[in-house]
Design a protein around this ligand. Structure first.
Ligand code: FE2
Ligand code: FE2
Ligand code: FE2
Ligand code: FE2
Length: 441
């Protein structure tokens, strides 16, 4: 039998306040945690940040009866407590770069899951587009993780997510108008589509916030610049995913969707979690969110005079089933690395179709006019170990140069770009040294 969240009472709002010991819970151990427990923890922090922020926006813009307004404010406080618990499950000894690899693993494997479970073809196409950008971020940060901290990226992603170049980061910088996509129709879109978008949007927004708040914590100037560059792409991802949402949705519909989104995500976390400590939190938080859903359903019915089922349906949705997505990602990578954004929410299947006055060229030329930090990391890693750090099957590894050939665009490329012939040279140098048993690492 399917789980109908509207039929569940959950924990009553007046019982949801927790004490400091409950709020600041025991962190996981970074050496022992399953990579997908970490991704759940990172995602749920993002979901809570969005839910908390939304309550404040809601109360700033909406004029409700004072008791209803007070309840929205109470909900916001509980979201804030949950957010602290989720975020602070990270251990103090997990470095910023280690956490960063976790964030990009969330983006890759979450988006790949959503894409394969998205009923709307256009939304799916947008997910696949974003997927290849975060996939490239994971690769760029992995180079720095080694150079700054001697970190093996598989210590974080645990061999579940490939690390190899995607659509090169310097090509992710677009004119804002081009990032805007076509929105769904709130009356015909399925609840699955609405929840999928809100889930990935929350994850991307929090990734942006994390880079913004932590990228400066390294002394290495090129790494700081890389955080700035990728943070700016995450800003574009927020723009892209939020533009898929129907702007005609009322604030009450949005309120309902936010709570439903939290319910669905905690429900999935609880189903999948292998870490007993984390599982306890997901269980309590699901109960709390079911209580939130009840509260906002009452507000929704009172002000909109409609049945909440019309907006969220009557079945739970699974928006975050974390599992290895290597096969799917490789398929999209090989097919769509050369895809680019076109006006009016369209796509160019290949950059060969782009006109010379494409609006994103101006943006790319400006931000990369001295150099692209995301290219510098490949130039730098050559000094450390002859070639870039790649963690993928030999079959995919052997395709790296041809992938770059297909995905790299010469127009508007930065001066310090690593072109395919240069990459091939690095790979050969590494191979030669390896044969002579003289590898640098
Ligand atoms: Fe929450
Ligand atoms: Fe990213
Ligand atoms: Fe992203
Ligand atoms: Fe909530």
């Amino acid at each position: 039998m399917t789980f109908n969240p509207l039929k569940e009472k959950g924990l009553a709002l007046e019982k949801q306040l927790r004490n400091w010991h409950q709020i600041v819970a025991k962190p996981y151990k970074k050496q022992l945690v399953d990579c997908y427990s970490r991704t759940r923890q990172i995602l749920m922090n993002g979901i809570e940040v969005e839910s908390w922020g939304f309550k404040h926006q809601f109360n700033r813009f909406m004029n409700l009866d004072s008791e209803d307004k007070a309840n929205i404010s109470r909900l916001g406080r509980i979201e804030n407590q949950q957010q602290m618990t989720c975020n602070w499950l990270s251990p103090a000894n997990q470095t910023v770069l280690e956490t960063t690899l976790g964030y990009e693993q969330v983006a890759v494997d979450l988006t790949a899951w959503l894409s394969q479970n998205e009923p709307d073809k256009y939304v799916k196409e947008t997910f696949d587009f974003g997927l290849l950008e975060d996939f490239d971020h994971l690769y760029r940060y992995s180079q720095f993780a080694y150079m700054e901290e001697g970190l093996e990226p598989n210590d974080i992603v645990q061999g579940k997510t490939d690390i190899i170049l995607g659509r090169p980061t310097q090509h992710h910088h677009n004119c804002n108008g081009l990032r805007l996509r076509k929105h769904y129709d709130k009356n015909t879109a399925s609840p699955q589509t609405k929840i999928n978008i809100l889930t990935v949007l929350s994850a991307e927004q929090q990734t942006h916030n994390f880079y913004s708040e932590h990228g400066f914590m390294y002394g290495d100037h090129i790494l700081r610049e890389t955080y700035a560059e990728i943070k700016d792409v995450e800003e574009e991802h927020v723009t892209m995913y939020e533009s898929l949402i129907d702007p005609n949705e009322t604030m009450f519909e949005k309120l309902l969707l936010h709570e439903f989104c939290e319910v669905c995500n905690y429900y999935t976390c609880l189903e999948d979690e292998t870490d007993e400590n984390l599982k306890k939190h997901w269980e309590i938080f699901l109960d709390i969110e079911l209580g939130h859903l009840q509260t906002v359903c009452e507000i929704f019915k009172k002000y909109e005079k409609k049945d909440p089922e019309e907006v969220i349906g009557s079945e739970i949705i699974i928006p975050c089933r974390f599992k290895s997505q290597k096969g799917y990602v490789q398929k999209i990578l090989e097919k769509e690395i050369n895809k680019r954004l076109a006006p009016n929410g369209e796509f160019y299947n290949s950059f060969d179709e782009i006109p010379s006055d494409w609006a994103s060229y101006k943006v790319q030329q400006k931000v990369g006019e001295i150099s692209a930090p995301s290219e510098n990391c490949i130039n730098l890693i050559e000094i450390y170990c002859d070639r870039d750090i790649v963690r993928a099957s030999d079959e995919l590894k052997n395709k790296e140069t041809s992938l770059l050939e297909k995905g790299l665009q010469k127009t508007a490329a930065a001066n310090n770009t690593v072109y395919p012939d240069k990459l091939q040279e690095m790979i050969q140098k590494h191979k030669k040294r390896k044969n002579q048993k003289e590898t640098l690492i």
